[in-house]
Each structure stands twice: as C-alpha cells, then as structure tokens.
Design a protein around this ligand. Sequence first.
Ligand SMILES: Nc1ncnc2c1ncn2[C@@H]1O[C@H](COP(=O)(O)OP(=O)(O)OP(=O)(O)O)[C@@H](O)[C@H]1O
Ligand SMILES: [Mg+2]
Length: 216
Amino acid sequence: MTKHYGGPGGRAVLEGAGGQIATGEFVVVVGRSGSGKSTLLNLLGGLDRPTAGTVHFAGESLFELPDAAMTRLRRRRMGVIFQSYNLIDTLTVAENLRLPLALNALPEDGLVGQWLARVGLSDYEDAWPDRLSGGEQQRVAVARALIHGPDLILADEPTGNLDLDNARAVVELLDDLCRRYGRTLVMVTHSREVAGRADRLLTIRDARLATLETGP
Ligand SMILES: Nc1ncnc2c1ncn2[C@@H]1O[C@H](COP(=O)(O)OP(=O)(O)OP(=O)(O)O)[C@@H](O)[C@H]1O
Ligand SMILES: [Mg+2]
C-alpha cells in the first residue's frame, strides 16, 4: 500500500507498506513525528484512501466497497480512540456510550452499566464529559470504542494528553480489555513503556514499514 499526499506525484508518506495483523494481536506503531503513523492508522480504518493498494479487513477490500457499506463495516467492526478523547460534551457519559449501539441498531441490554464498571466509572453515567479529568475522559473513550464489540481498535496516541500514572492506567485497561475479549489493537505511541507491552512493533522510517518482534 502506498500513500502520497498531493496526488501520485506528491510526497510519499508510505511507500509499499504491506503486512498482516492477526486477530487479537496488539501492534504498536512508532516513528518520528511526521513519519506517517496517523496516516497509516487512517488508512487501516478506511478514513483515508491509499494512492495505490488496499486494506483487507473482515474479508473485504476496504476501498473497493461502496461508501455506505464501508461506513457500515467501520461503524460495526472498528472502534477508534484519539489523543483528545473526542467525547461529545453535550451528551452525558451514558449517552456517549449509547451512540455506537444506536448507530449499529444494537440493543443496550445493560451494556452501558457493564462497560462503565469495566473502566472503573460506575457512578459516572449522568456526568458531563467536560467535567471529568483527562484520565477519566479517556476511560470513557475506551468504553465507547469497545461497547459495540468491534474486532479492531485503532488508537492514535491515546495517552498523549495524560500524565504518567493515567497513561499507564489507560494503556493497561485497553490492553487487558482487548486481550480478554480477543480484540485486535493497533496503537500509535511515543512511549517505550507502552511499546514494551505490544506483541509487535511497526516502525515507520523513510516511508517504509519495518517490523520488530517484541514480547517474551
Ligand atoms: N491531509 C494531508 N495533506 C497533506 N499532507 C499531509 C496530510 N496529512 C498528513 N500530511 C503529511 O504527511 C506526513 C505524515 O503525517 P502523519 O500525521 O501521518 O504523521 P505522524 O507520524 O502521525 O506524526 P505525529 O507523531 O506528529 O502525529 C507529514 O509530513 C504531514 O505533514
Ligand atoms: Mg500523528
């Protein structure tokens, strides 16, 4: 897969990037600022189109799907977490969590309460997101990314705005939940400590992807 900004003759951000990510794997993407980490995540999530090549996900070639089918697939089978939490401040915590269920026409079935308990925020159903600490907001974002049972979680520097303790807590939670429920997790991070938890490291250097095996 190749991504050039500014058309086929434009600057190469990713050149011939290829590979597979296994179900349930925790992959960390590293590389210097501007190397293309967010671009890679956006391509994996179908939010941006490659200049050449494609992404296969759930048996489909993402960029060959009609827009509506692509949106449906993304909504149903992916969860996204951003550095800046991206909760909707005009909705309560519980309402934020109901969104992915509503968008996918899934029944609530006590899921909101269950997921708030899993991220340690049981008493926060009626809280407003902008009244929560950064760590709390990111835990809500973790619950929102997982509540509809997606196969793939994409997280772009999810701890970038958190202090060390909160960053650790959020990564541990995300890693534990993804492993417990067999979700695939692809995370961009600058933290060596976080990278150390991953099954595999993908390094972007000079628009190329290098794989580094980690783990025990
Ligand atoms: N929409 C765009 N149009 C043109 N160039 C872009 C666009 N988005 C990103 N770029 C460029 O592509 C390169 C890779 O950007 P990207 O955001 O993927 O980097 P990154 O590795 O996520 O960096 P950071 O660690 O700072 O978040 C950068 O040089 C950036 O300026
Ligand atoms: Mg980025």
